[in-house]
Design a protein around this ligand. Structure first.
Ligand code: GLU
Ligand code: ZN
Length: 501
């Protein structure tokens, strides 16, 4: 394995979401890749979770819960946290605010950052003036950068309200190497001019907390979405200003809809909750998301989380944007449904079946439970979502509503002929209900031949009598599950109805 990572020893990476929204495809792709990369290193890899909740105005506890639920459901586990005594929680930035202050002041001490005493009104004023002048400039005008540092220190110490801003070295170029995209360089003059690190209320900005934490947590690889590339020069400047070694940066390709635009609600579901509610299996989602921007083995589609963790490699990331294909994801769901045992699948479908009132109001009795579990083999092959199952299975638990008479008619046959066909098939039913598929098929084929009718012409009215529809789960299995008495009585009932016309 070509792996500079391995040679270098330990890998520590992290998922660092801001809990300002529900977990969505893009975020989870970042989480998954970091998780897989750490796991791919065996005991030498550690995956950390860090809540970047510095923006308290957009914070919502609900989003934190959603993050935990998503991790639980998808089977991601982080490796360590601040309180190793009990179950380790993730790192939470709002619990570390004092730390960020210390580091911001350290940068001021080094002459790499400075106190800014500008009022919000003044900042707003510059913005307006620049807009009016159409100067093309944006951001802060570096007004306080030239204040004598001793004087600034005294003013700050005396309690004057101030922020701390990073001093971006002017006239220079900042270069960094992206593990996936190669060398990237930005002219410092194009970087956000002297961004705030610590706000006047003592809260850190994203940039400060992010860089300080990545350093303190020993993060070796920062794998994140490409939209963070513009922040990276700033981060690199911060690492240099602190005198710290920067981690390896690896910016992941965009995830787009099929129209080539960034994946969004317009394309369909994007939050993990929505997919879950639609009946996607976590295995299918993990498998599909893992392919958004990476490959594993040639010609292979299906991977478990463990297999992905074994096979993941930074060398197999793609630079090109990934296209999210909802149809493909459905295909994956169908595949994972096929891998479920009868018992597992029944467990997945049960909530939908209860909601659909499949068994009557007291829930399934023992007999119904057995039928329900056994019925999985009838529908598994064509199922995409568990929620589709109850409608397909309803005829096994209650008499199907009588279909319109024409439903019974095989092609080119009328009422009289259909009655005759049903009369021919009736005596076969009780035996077929005791036979396996092969024997039942042979039995009805022989009968068709003896009677001189087409097999399909015997099957169609029987199918409609038994299941209530021309398109249904396999007929022979249905006969077995209904049992001979119920099967026979359905055919008799159908005959009665048709004769009465
Ligand atoms: N808090 C940032 C986010 O919400 C983290 C970006 C990063 O990984 O550095 O995506
Ligand atoms: Zn200022």
């Amino acid at each position: 394995m070509h792996s500079t990572e391995k040679a270098a020893g330990k890998v520590r990476d992290r998922y660092a979401p801001s809990p300002t929204g529900l977990q969505h495809i893009g975020g989870v792709r970042t989480a998954l890749f970091n998780y897989l990369f750490a796991r791919s290193q065996g005991p030498d890899g550690k995956f950390l979770l860090r809540l970047e909740d510095t923006d308290r105005t957009r914070f919502d506890e609900r989003y934190v819960q959603n993050l935990y639920d998503t991790f639980d459901w998808l089977g991601f586990r982080w490796d360590e946290g601040p309180d190793m005594g009990g179950p380790a929680g993730p790192y939470i930035q709002s619990e570390r605010f004092e730390l960020y202050k210390t580091y911001a002041r350290e940068l001021v001490g080094k002459g790499r950052a400075y106190y800014c005493f500008c009022s919000p009104q003044r900042i707003e004023e510059i913005r307006k003036q620049r807009e009016a002048a159409r100067s093309g400039e944006s951001g802060y005008d570096r007004h306080c950068r030239t204040i004598d540092s001793d004087e600034a220190g005294r003013r700050a110490a005396s309690g004057e309200s101030c922020a701390i801003r990073l001093k971006i070295p002017l006239g220079e170029t900042t270069r960094f190497h992206d593990r996936l995209l190669g060398d990237i360089e930005w002219k410092n003059d194009d970087v956000n001019p002297d961004p705030v690190l610590l706000k006047s209320d003592g809260f850190p900005t994203y940039h400060l907390a992010n860089v300080v934490d990545d350093h303190l947590m020993g993060i070796t690889h920062v794998m994140r979405a490409q939209e963070w590339i513009p922040s990276t020069p700033l981060h690199v400047i911060m690492y240099r200003s602190f005198g710290w070694e920067a981690p390896v940066f690896c910016h992941l390709p965009m995830v787009m809809g099929q129209d080539g635009k960034k994946l969004s609600k317009r394309h369909g579901a994007t939050s993990i909750d929505e997919f879950r509610k639609q009946g996607y299996l976590s295995e299918a989602l993990v498998n599909y998301i893992a392919l958004l921007g990476s490959s594993y083995e040639e010609g292979r589609d299906l991977y478990s989380l463990e297999e992905l963790a074994r096979l993941f490699s930074l060398d197999k990331l793609n630079k090109a944007p990934a296209v999210f294909d909802y149809k493909k994801l459905e295909w994956y769901n169908g595949q994972y449904i096929r891998m479920k045992s009868d018992g597992e699948l029944a467990g997945l479908i049960l909530p939908y079946a209860l909601e659909a009132g499949l068994f009557g109001k007291d829930g399934p009795d023992e007999g119904q439970k057995k039928t329900f579990t056994a019925s999985m083999s009838l529908i598994r092959e064509r199922l995409v979502f568990p929620g589709e199952a109850p409608a397909k299975l309803a005829y096994l638990f209650a008499e199907p509503p009588p279909p319109p008479p024409e439903e019974f008619f095989p092609k080119k046959a009328g009422l009289a002929e259909t009655i005759t066909l049903l009369e021919k098939v009736l005596p076969l039913v009780s035996k077929m209900a005791l036979m396996n598929d092969e024997d039942a098929e042979q039995y009805i084929k022989d009968a068709a031949e003896t009677e001189g009718v087409k097999l399909g012409d015997l099957m169609m009215p029987l199918r409609v009598a038994i299941t209530g529809a021309r398109v249904s789960p396999p007929l022979f299995g249905s006969l077995r599950l209904l049992g001979k008495d119920r099967a026979v009585s359905r055919v008799e009932r159908a005959l009665e109805a048709l004769r009465g016309l």
